[in-house]
Design a protein around this ligand. Sequence first.
Ligand SMILES: Cc1cc2nc3c(=O)[nH]c(=O)nc-3n(C[C@H](O)[C@H](O)[C@H](O)COP(=O)(O)O)c2cc1C
Length: 215
Amino acid sequence: MDVLEAIRRRRSVRQFRPDPVPEEMIRTLLDAARLAPSSYNLQPWEFVVVTDPEVRRRLRVAANNQAQVEEAPVVIVCLGSLRQQDALAARLEASLPPDAPPERRERVMKTVQRHKHDPEFRKIHVLTSTYIGVAFLVLAAQSFGLGTCWMGGFDPDQVRSLLGIPEDFLVASLVAVGWPAEGLEFRPRQRRPLEEIVHWNHFGRRPDWEPVTSQ
Ligand SMILES: Cc1cc2nc3c(=O)[nH]c(=O)nc-3n(C[C@H](O)[C@H](O)[C@H](O)COP(=O)(O)O)c2cc1C
């Protein structure tokens, strides 16, 4: 399946067959995430793969009781590493030569300070790249015909304590993975039309396109 086909076929799947997903496939999904681009090559993603039914049952409780968390044979808990963020800040600082001109020193140190100490910036920086890894993972799953449901609806503290996730990892997303239930029917996709979201050369200037109607 090519990438465009995977993108077009992917829908959020919330009902699964109980059949297991071969470990080799899970490995391939995680490897696709690993190959995603990231800011400064940060690679903040780490994953807790949950297959144990009892852990999935408890994870469901932490995820607003969403049934797919228990029903999918695999739930991948996607984490963003603040340790990687700290390592990046240290790398940036170390990259500054001792004889750097004051102007450059000031600019780099301002960047380093944000990367080291600004909690909001750090969180957004780590999560942005983590989500790109998650998107790659979800598309890789689609290429095998696996269904996924990307979830942001969970209590991060409950997930953290259930899985023993250290404080310096952000719980970014849960992804339910499994074989879609037989006969699943999806509602037509709700998407804003291209004409509404694309500007050409200048905000508000629209391309002269026929409407695109891909579902
Ligand atoms: C960041 C994020 C968080 C989401 N959280 C949930 C969730 O907690 N539960 C759920 O059932 N779907 C969740 N979804 C799935 C969206 O509802 C879904 O992608 C959207 O409605 C479009 O439908 P589609 O994925 O079938 O194209 C989430 C998707 C993303 C990207």
